[in-house]
Design a protein around this ligand. Structure first.
Ligand code: UT7
Length: 333
């Protein structure tokens, strides 16, 4: 394939998948010392979806989201050049779980790899895919963001378990002759000195200093919630402001700000500070909780299926998470 920057990128199809099992705040009241009022007030969450371990998994969600996105795009899995799968919970180190997911949809010779960037994963994947397609070397790339955090959540830890849910989203990105179409601005950044604020210990020796005296479970997620919260509230706002400044776009020019569903308070704080109207910041955390790499895809799919994303629109994607990582991606659809 030739290499030229003369290409643009279009989002040709979108799909998402959530598990069937609903875990409500009332369910949590029976499991730990908490209340519906506390959870709603601190996070905006009313319920989340979690996998039934007998029939569902990170794999089935990612596979179903990919299939729906391909159907939406009218593209066969065999036409994909690459499948990028962002997840922290695939459970696979070898092969790349992207290979298993793609094969689950149908025969393909696509290149596959997994990407771990915590909740920022899907936006990292979109940025990478856009750059690869623009280079002229690839034509059709599937990007999947999916997590089944229920598999790494300690349901006896009330400070963390109430936040998370399982979900997956996928996008099919394809070459477009209009070079102005696609990602017009992107960032992938981090504060690596704070990697230990949100981590998954898989061995005793991985337990970090602040966690040494806590009753932790190996293989379950650990987070300093308040510190991540404080970081996220300002970072969300700053990342959006910087994206607008660098693109020369105003809030009025943007049709949707697609934000990682971390906590409704975090999103609403940024919304208020920047004066963004409700109809431009879609929030669905009340139904699905925080689904890490899955959340942006589900939000975007809801907007896409509702016909709220149209050709020529400018859309800003923003995510942040463990690492600490954060990413933005401004698209002309
Ligand atoms: O996805 C990207 C990365 N993650 C995030 O963005 C998450 C960021 N953090 C958060 O969303 C919030 O920190 C949480 C929703 C996880 C927690 O909310 P918070 O307002 O930060 O609560 P907290 O952990 O500071 O706890 C406040 C109080 C404590 O009691 P004391 O010490 O003040 O007496 C906790 O023990 O609330 C208590 N508490 C609870 N009470 C009832 C903690 N969890 C619960 C609970 N129910 N589930």
């Amino acid at each position: 394939m030739t290499s030229t920057m003369a290409y643009g990128v279009q989002i040709a199809g979108v799909g998402s998948a959530v598990p069937s099992k609903v875990l409500t705040n009332a369910d949590f009241e029976k499991m730990v010392d908490t209340s519906d009022e506390w959870i709603v007030q601190r996070s905006g969450i009313h319920q989340r979806r979690i996998c039934d371990p007998e029939t569902e998994s990170e794999y089935t969600l990612a596979r179903d989201a990919l299939k729906r996105a391909l159907d939406d795009a009218g593209i066969d899995v065999g036409e994909l050049d690459l499948v990028i799968h962002a997840s922290t919970t695939s459970g696979f180190l070898c092969p790349p779980s992207a290979a298993r997911i793609a094969a689950g949809v149908g025969p393909t010779n696509a290149g596959t790899f997994d990407l771990i960037a915590a909740c920022s994963g899907l936006v990292y994947g979109m940025n990478i895919a856009d750059t690869l397609i623009r280079s002229g070397r690839y034509r059709n790339i599937a990007v999947i963001g999916c997590d089944a955090l229920s598999t790494i959540t300690d349901y006896e830890d009330r400070t963390l378990s109430i936040l998370f849910g399982d979900a997956g989203g996928a996008m099919i990105l394809t070459r477009d002759d209009d070079s102005e179409r696609g990602c017009i601005y992107q960032t992938m950044e981090g504060d690596c000195s704070r990697w230990d604020l949100l981590y998954l210990p898989t061995r005793e020796q991985d337990v970090v200093e602040w966690d040494k005296d806590n009753p932790i479970k190996i293989g379950k997620l650990r987070m300093r919630g308040q510190e991540v919260f404080k970081f996220a509230v300002t970072k969300f706002r700053d990342v959006i402001q910087e994206a607008l400044k660098q693109t020369g776009l105003s809030q009025e020019d943007i049709s949707q700000f697609v934000c990682h569903q971390s906590n409704a308070r975090i999103i609403n704080a940024a919304k208020q500070k920047l004066g963004l109207p409700d109809e431009k910041v879609h929030i669905n955390i009340q139904n699905f909780g925080n689904s890490s790499a899955g959340s942006i895809g589900v939000v975007f799919d809801e907007l896409w299926q509702a016909g709220k994303i149209n050709r020529g629109d400018y859309v800003v994607f923003v995510a942040f998470g463990g690492g600490l990582t954060w990413a933005s991606s401004v698209w002309k659809i």
